[in-house]
Write a protein that binds this ligand. Structure first.
Ligand code: PLP
Length: 431
């Protein structure tokens, strides 16, 4: 008889899974070339040719814009910085509301708070986990200024419906495409579906340079405002023709990407297509295998879209399984090894993704700037439990995801992942 590893039996596999290692000889060569040039960054925080950054940054921006078919690309030192630039650039006012999903990385929402604007959380779609257009519509008030649409898990947001709502109500849409480089929506790239898009280059993402990000837009004015916020706007405006026109949200930052990261990113961009193809092949294979288990629903790909699977997300139906998702996933984890380079995390399989953002202490206690509740004290927006019931159900009961499908995994490796799920399914009565 088979014994589950969680009950003391032999696990399906103990030998670690291969690393997702996308940094190679090309990157090493480029890093050395930049080191030899002696220019590790060439920004000047004043009105000057070097206000726009050094040669590698500018080359990267041209190549990035070309690949994604967009007029402007601006490199920054993280997607978080990029989101701050984007929200500042649209001219958001203190007290304005920005509608955002609670099922995302926290910076998608703090990008509003940094300008003293208020994140308003709308619920997500049952199938694709992106912002639900009907819920977004129900959150629109006279104070709404923008919608932050996140391409969560690598799938583009519902651009037709969300963009139509924005148009009808005169709102900006910002696309957080940190998890979706290379995904498409009706042949257009994720990141270019909204007024402005923000990519991430941190080491969890499809391609990376350590830490970095890129902001894209077709709008000349937004692009220039992003460049200003990135690089000490307030100190630069004196050199501009009509400084008064540009004053809104021009407290600048230093969000500049260094030359070495730009050079690495240029190499990484050339690898993106291949990395996505391999990832998709692995995901479709595993979805097919795991989808045979009656309680497991593989990811839905939105019609007309390609999904790039930042993580591979499934739904689990406790009623069909007769055991809870958490216990089931815990048992599968016990069957599987860690992945090289991320040993401390154990098996790259988890239940729930992130806690709905409004349940974080900052929103629950309504304390952000100082100790008197600003800017929440100016708003009656609710962050109570129950605000987004679909998100809460996904977090608490249904959703799980894994990353054991990234390029580098062989067919045998994927089979071990599937076998772990199958074994726990067959033995679930013993849990
Ligand atoms: C990773 C991520 C970010 C932040 O990216 P950084 O480059 O680490 O700042 C923002 N939004 C989403 C959805 C992300 O996944």
């Amino acid at each position: 008889m088979t014994t589950l590893a969680i009950k003391g039996g032999a696990p399906v596999r103990t030998n670690p899974f291969p690393a997702y290692q996308v940094i190679g000889e090309e990157e090493k060569k480029e890093v050395l070339r930049v080191m030899d040039s002696g220019i590790l960054s060439r920004y000047l925080g004043c009105w000057h040719d070097d206000f726009y950054g050094g040669p590698e940054v500018q080359r990267l921006e041209k190549e990035w814009a070309g690949y994604f078919g967009v007029k402007h690309a601006m490199a920054v030192n993280s997607a978080t910085s990029g989101l701050y630039c984007a929200v500042g650039a649209i001219g958001i006012e203190p007290g304005d509301e920005m509608i955002v999903s609670p099922y995302t990385m926290s910076a998608s929402a703090t990008a509003a708070l940094i300008y003293n604007a208020i994140p308003v959380f709308a619920d997500i779609e049952e199938d694709c986990f992106c912002l639900d257009p009907a819920s977004v519509e129900s959150r629109i008030t006279p104070k709404t200024r923008a919608i932050m649409a996140v391409d969560i898990f690598g799938q583009p947001y519902n651009a037709d419906l969300i963009n139509a709502l924005a148009k009808k109500h005169g709102l900006y849409v910002i696309e957080d495409c940190a998890q979706a480089p290379g995904a498409t929506y009706k042949k257009k790239h994720a990141g270019t579906l909204a007024d402005i898009g923000v990519f991430s280059l941190n080491y969890h993402k499809h391609i990376h340079c350590g830490e970095g990000g890129v902001v894209v837009t077709d709008n000349d004015e937004l692009a220039e405002r992003v460049r200003l916020i990135r690089n000490h706007a307030e100190a630069v405006l004196d050199g501009k023709k009509s400084p008064k026109e540009h004053l809104v949200n021009m407290i600048g930052f230093n969000f500049r990407m260094p030359e070495i990261e730009a050079a690495i990113t240029r190499c990484q961009l050339r690898k993106l297509d291949g990395l996505i193809k391999e990832r998709q092949t692995n995901c479709f294979y595993l979805a097919e295998r795991l989808g045979q288990i009656p309680a497991i629903e593989p990811p839905v790909v939105r019609e007309g879209c390609s999904h790039v699977f930042y993580v591979h997300g499934f739904k689990f139906q406790e009623k069909i399984a007769g055991v809870s998702r958490d216990l089931f996933i815990q048992a599968v984890r016990a069957e599987l090894p860690y992945t090289m380079l991320r040993k401390d995390e154990g098996p790259l399989l988890g239940a729930g993704y992130v806690k709905p953002l409004y349940l974080q202490p900052m929103y629950q206690h309504r304390i952000a700037y100082g100790n008197h509740g600003y800017p929440f004290s100016e708003s009656s927006v609710s962050y109570h439990k129950g605000v987004c019931p679909v998100t809460e159900r996904m977090y608490e009961k249904e959703f799980f995801n894994h990353e054991m499908m990234r390029p580098g995994m062989t067919r045998e490796d994927l089979d071990d992942v599937a076998r772990a799920f199958e074994k726990v399914w067959e033995c679930r009565a013993f849990l």
